[in-house]
Unconditional design. Structure first.
Length: 204
């Protein structure tokens, strides 16, 4: 009996260790947006988003790049219903900005979970260095981050502002992937909040 319990415990331990080495991605829930408002009212905005993560075949993905991009697009459009937002295809991320308009480019540098420092394998680094700080080795690490470029060409004097948004939530390995999933949603929620704050404060 003791031998069976030992073997079962060993099997679970090995299975969990193998699973925890994977990088995991789930689609985020819809971000809660405040009631309709007139912030950024009438502003002509072109919005384009690209996925800059290092996604490989070894990554367990339950949310495609397009699903994630669509979620981010919708959160921005819903947050500013009074703005005139045109969503561009992701292949236009490097296209020249247009006069008399505001162009918002968002590169997704991170949105995934993994055990320990494995999480860094999928982090992209578009447009500059991200400071993620120390990544705990013995915890689930869930990361969400964006490199944001806002170019305002409504006047002859164009303005260009950039911001790196990097959020990490670390949790003990207890609970396995369920813990990782919850932590990822927390990281995304905070990163999305910072994204909207940057857009709003830059353009108001």
């Amino acid at each position: 009996m003791i031998k069976r319990i030992f073997l079962l415990s060993l099997f679970i331990s090995i299975a969990f260790q193998g699973f925890s080495q994977k990088i995991l991605v789930w689609c985020p829930p819809e971000v809660e947006i405040a009631s309709a408002n007139d912030k950024l009212k009438g502003l002509p905005i072109n919005l384009v988003i690209s996925d800059a993560r290092k996604i490989t075949d070894s990554i367990h993905v339950e949310c495609s790049s397009m699903d994630l991009i669509t979620n981010i697009q919708q959160s921005i459009v819903r947050a500013y219903p009074a703005a005139v937002i045109q969503v561009l295809d992701t292949n236009q991320i490097s296209a020249p900005s247009i006069d008399k308009k505001i162009t918002i480019r968002i590169f997704v540098s991170a949105y995934h979970s993994a055990s320990g420092t494995t999480v860094s394998d999928a982090i992209g680094n578009p447009g500059g260095d991200f400071n993620w700080g120390g990544l705990p080795k013995n915890k689930w690490n869930s990361v969400a981050g964006f490199h944001v470029i806002i170019e305002d060409k409504r006047t002859e004097t164009s303005k260009l502002l950039t911001r790196n948004i990097a959020n990490i939530v670390s949790r003990p390995n207890i609970g396995g992937s369920l813990t990782a999933k919850k932590a990822l949603f927390e990281a995304y929620k905070e990163a999305n909040r910072e994204l909207l704050y940057f857009i709003e404060n830059t353009l108001r």
